[in-house]
Design a protein around this ligand. Structure first.
Ligand code: 5GP
Length: 185
């Protein structure tokens, strides 16, 4: 077996499954749009740790242009989930004044973390702030912030792999899927 192939057997084969080539193919398409949209402008990609690591690696390498990459770490929901209160654990190293910022996300569920993040980054004087996410769940469609680039709209199920974890595991899967019942029951 190569790489993390043996843990792929923890995924439910009958549920949603995005293979590595599905993911890379879609990220290439999005990268082409980003190349066109930001032509002649500088671009700073901002990733949110830890889930966005794989998306950032593959999306940034599909771009045919120079970019800068920076990272933030936030704790989602320092209160109840509905409060949308977010605490910064690691801030950006980059000054955003006059910069074109593209937030790179793995998944948007309620969108609470992201609306907070967009507001926070916009307060720092950037030229623009947009969002690219690999996955989006149905609730995010009611979100007040626009998402400029979406990889896949998926149903309301808990997914793992390609950076997304379950209790910190499964981030190193190359594909994305839902866990089979035998893995948690
Ligand atoms: P939101 O603020 O959009 O509700 O939540 C965003 C965060 O919740 C994501 O960045 C991710 O960390 C986590 N999350 C939401 N849905 C899923 C999911 O299906 N699988 C995993 N592994 N994490 C999820």
């Amino acid at each position: 077996m190569v790489d993390a192939a043996h843990i792929e057997t923890d995924l439910d084969p009958t549920a949603l499954n995005l293979s590595e080539s599905d993911i890379l193919g879609r990220l290439k398409e999005i990268a082409g749009q980003i190349d066109a949209d930001y032509e002649g402008k500088d671009l700073l990609l901002v990733g949110v740790l830890k889930g966005a690591v794989m998306v950032m690696a593959d999306l940034s390498r599909s771009l045919n242009r120079h970019v800068e990459i920076d990272w933030m770490a936030v704790s989602s929901y320092a209160g109840t989930k509905s409060s949308g209160v977010v605490r910064i654990l690691k801030d950006l190293d980059t000054d955003l004044e006059g910069r074109h910022v593209l937030i790179v996300e793995d998944i948007i569920d309620t969108g609470l973390t992201l609306s907070w993040l967009v507001k926070n980054l916009k307060s720092r004087g950037p030229a623009s702030v947009e969002i690219a996410t690999l996955l989006r769940k149905p609730d995010a469609l009611e979100m007040a912030v626009d998402v400029k680039y979406v990889g896949f709209d998926i149903p309301n199920a808990f997914v793992v792999g390609y950076g997304l974890d379950f209790n910190e595991k499964y981030r190193n899967l190359r594909s994305i899927g839902t866990l089979a019942e035998h893995t948690y029951s």
